[in-house]
Design a protein around this ligand. Structure first.
Ligand code: FAD
Length: 429
């Protein structure tokens, strides 16, 4: 039988948290034997989709795991690794004053936007750089299970030994991570979820994006704007599977770099954070139920409704989707015109609508009748393993990081989580 290959560190997932960990490990221990496993051809998260990066706490840094000092320390390191070119912002004080009058906060965030095409180039640059420094990257290889006693993992191709294991499977690896935690006996909580809508409108109806690429508004009742895209901007859908194998879609958005011709549209998410407690404590199950309900109403597709129809209490119809005031085509072709209020729980819809009215007061125009509301946009990220220390260790020699483990909510927080776990690995070695 072949002898099992053993690595100093195996990193599962080539998203920003995995790449951040690998970059730190190889920089501090250039002789270290490191392997990154990626089940796809290229990493699947935000680095390759839109690649908008926020470098200001608390954006992307869950407060339960990050103090301002910790985040600032690791953000400095993240900036050194990713070398962002920060975008200019204008007129922020005008919008801030308007927001403050309503009890709304506008965060002033350092940002950069590479676009989906620019993100792919960055991934190429980062992974090629790691390979040159001796890191092994194996794509199309999926980790299936771990044997803590043997210190080995099984993939769909082989068995591999590790001295340390960093698991960073992202939001789509949510269920995989739960399976691994169950097998290791790691306790976890999954009681938080973000539910919301994605808005799409003409740039002239949300002109703030000319001053501030991705403005972060925080409204009362835990509602916030998230992931604003403009220039060459599109709404997309992501496929999710429930435990029973049912399919549901969550919408999302992205834009290409400013090298592409603009389509004159902007899209952004408005999300409400829902924290569940007894008796239903699973954000995942809640999200799956809402996702399936939306699919039921939309014939297996996300729903879309024009604000004008919503205000009149009418569903949107295919034929009403391209005339008079409804004068731009939805960029997401695979969505069904309908009535989102039949699918969104009343409490969530009420707070989203109230926040939209505030937003329309701060940036007049977003509630133009033509604005499209897509539903659902669901963010699952709060697996929250029971960590043993500040390095996101869950068991001896095993670490869990990134959006899937709830240590981040964005590219930069994920990268910083990777650095923090890697520093923990190096300190213990
Ligand atoms: C469409 C989209 C657009 C986004 N846009 C932005 C944005 O502009 N800015 C921003 O800050 N954030 C954005 N995000 C969020 C961002 O993707 C995440 O915050 C970030 O990528 C999390 O990094 P991660 O390393 O935890 O996970 P990911 O980036 O999701 O990477 C995890 C990787 O692990 C791999 N994997 C999973 N399971 C296994 C396994 N068992 N074996 C091997 N490999 C596995 C996956 O294929 C994946 O490549 C976006 C997300 C999506 C889905």
């Amino acid at each position: 039988m072949d002898k099992m290959e053993v690595y100093d560190c195996i990193i599962v997932g080539s998203g920003p948290s995995g790449l951040g960990a690998a970059t730190t490990l190889i920089s501090r221990d250039p002789k270290g034997k490191i392997l990154i496993l990626e089940k796809n051809l290229v990493s699947t998260g935000g680095l390759r989709n839109d690649c908008k990066m926020n470098f200001t706490y608390p954006i992307g840094f869950p407060l339960e795991y990050w103090t301002q000092e910790e985040a600032d320390l690791y953000l400095d390191k993240t900036i050194k690794d990713l070398k962002p070119d920060f975008m200019e912002k204008n007129n922020v004080s005008i919008y801030t004053k308007r927001a403050e009058k309503l009890g709304v906060t506008l965060l002033n965030v350092r940002q950069t936007h590479l676009g989906t095409d620019g993100g792919l180039e960055l991934i190429e640059e980062l992974t090629e750089g790691l390979k040159k420094r001796g890191v092994d990257i194996s794509v199309k290889e999926e980790m299936l299970s771990v044997d803590e006693k043997k210190r080995s993992i099984v993939t769909d191709k082989r068995e591999l030994g590790y001295k340390n294991l960093i698991i960073a499977p992202g939001r789509q690896g949510f269920r995989f991570l739960q399976k691994i935690m169950d097998s290791l006996g790691v306790p976890y909580m999954d009681h938080i979820v973000d539910i919301g809508i994605r808005l799409e409108t003409k740039v002239e109806h949300y002109p703030i994006v000319k001053d501030y690429y991705d403005p972060k508004f925080l409204f009362p009742d835990k509602v916030r704007t998230f992931c604003t895209n403009s220039g060459s901007a599109y709404v997309v859908k992501e496929k999710y599977l429930t435990a029973q194998g049912d399919v549901y879609y969550s919408v999302n958005g992205h834009a290409f770099s400013d090298r592409r011709k603009t389509n004159g549209l902007v899209n952004l998410a408005l999300l409400k954070t829902v924290t569940l407690s007894e008796p239903l404590a699973s954000g995942q199950l809640f999200a799956e139920m809402l996702g399936r309900q939306a699919m039921l109403m939309g014939g297996g597709k996300p729903l879309m409704q024009r604000v004008g129809d919503f205000r009149l209490g009418k569903r949107s119809k295919r034929e009403s989707f391209n005339n008079d005031l409804y004068d731009f085509k939805p960029t997401l072709e695979g969505a069904s015109p309908g009535d989102i209020s039949l699918a969104v729980p009343a409490r969530i819809l009420r707070t989203l609508w109230k926040s939209l009215k505030y937003l329309d007061t701060i940036v007049p125009g977003i509630l133009h009748p033509s604005t499209i509301m897509y539903y659902p946009e669901i963010k699952l990220y709060a697996n929250k393993p029971g960590f043993q220390n500040r390095s996101f260790q869950v068991k001896p020699h095993i670490y869990m990081i990134g959006d899937g483990a709830g240590t981040s909510r964005g590219i930069t927080g994920a990268w910083a989580s990777g650095i923090r776990a890697a520093v923990g690995v190096l300190e213990k070695s």
